[in-house]
Design a protein around this ligand. Structure first.
Ligand SMILES: C[S@@+](CC[C@H](N)C(=O)[O-])C[C@H]1O[C@@H](n2cnc3c(N)ncnc32)[C@H](O)[C@@H]1O
Length: 277
């Protein structure tokens, strides 16, 4: 497998990927409401051939496969660890029209003109060269093929990031928090330009505000955050907090988001659609 996004491959094949896989075992998915909006925008038909970019443990891949009943779905991801979960879950769901491939979407040798629609839930913000990566997705789509993905809007609008990270950094101003690749497509002008340069037309970013589900209670939510990439980076700092101190800080910071349905924190996203001419 040829990989150019090597830091991302290391992260998602390591503790961050293991944590994401553990979260995806929960009954209440982190992004349930957002996934519905994504699949509705993708308008997957029964015969469609679907590409799921950065499919992770394959939640959206499986849902797409249930829509593309006579078509097929390919999930591509950098993380062998997450793909193991994805394959096991697709098999136990009895889905026969799903395949998974380990690869870097930026350089994966897609034959070309192969898919009717490409989707992604948070798998497209981490490309080292986004124009090249989206260009490769365009090449994988047939002429007239559709792209639909979700990504976070600005950091300051995303309480699920700002609340825990401000508390851990002891920083009230979100503008002073360390930048994260997660927000690389937050600027709609930039994302429209990137997709245009990659050869897409009809680029439409629409805002979608939905809460994200971080577990049944504070203990579950804190555990999930402790294994996430941004929090792991804080823990690895020379003068960073211990795991136990960080857990206490997180519980305190997230308490206000706990309710009868569990821990729900507002998220601000772009739902982006585009088309290969
Ligand atoms: C935030 S996770 C989202 C996973 C999944 N789409 C979901 O909604 O649960 C980001 C995923 O994108 C994958 N990823 C990041 N860069 C990638 C690339 N260049 N090629 C393939 N997968 C990539 C990571 O391995 C990771 O599984």
């Amino acid at each position: 497998m040829h990989i150019v996004n090597t830091a991302q491959a290391a992260a998602w094949n390591g503790p961050e990927g293991a944590n994401w896989a553990a979260q995806s075992e929960r009954d209440d998915p982190v992004n349930g409401a957002l996934t519905e909006a994504l699949l509705s925008a993708a308008a997957i038909g029964p015969e469609d051939r679907v590409l799921d970019i950065g499919c992770g443990t394959g939640e959206t891949t499986r849902l797409a496969a249930r829509l593309a009943v006579r078509g097929r779905v390919l999930g591509v991801d950098l993380s062998a660890l997450m793909l193991d979960h994805a394959r096991a879950a697709a098999t136990s769901a009895g889905l026969r029209n799903v395949e998974f491939t380990a690869g870097d979407v930026q350089v994966h040798p897609f034959p070309g003109d192969e898919f009717d629609v490409a989707i992604s839930q948070f798998g497209i913000m981490f490309f080292a060269d986004p124009v090249a990566a989206f260009g490769n997705v365009r090449h994988a789509l047939r002429p007239g093929g559709r792209l639909a993905f979700v990504c976070p809007r600005g950091m300051a609008d995303n309480a699920w990031y700002v609340a825990p990270m401000s508390a851990l950094h002891g920083e009230r101003d979100p503008a002073r928090l360390p930048d994260s690749a997660m927000f690389s497509l937050a600027d709609p002008a930039r994302l429209t330009e990137v997709l245009g340069r990659a050869g897409f037309t009809d680029v439409r970013p629409r805002p979608v505000d939905v809460p994200m589900a971080f577990g049944a209670d504070m203990a579950e939510a804190a555990e999930g955050f402790l294994g996430s990439g941004p929090v792991l980076a804080v823990l690895q700092q020379e003068c960073g907090p211990s795991v136990e101190a960080a857990r206490e800080i997180l519980v305190e910071a997230l308490r206000r988001y706990e309710g009868p349905d569990g821990v729900r924190i507002p998220g601000a996203h772009w739902l982006v659609t585009a088309r290969r001419p």
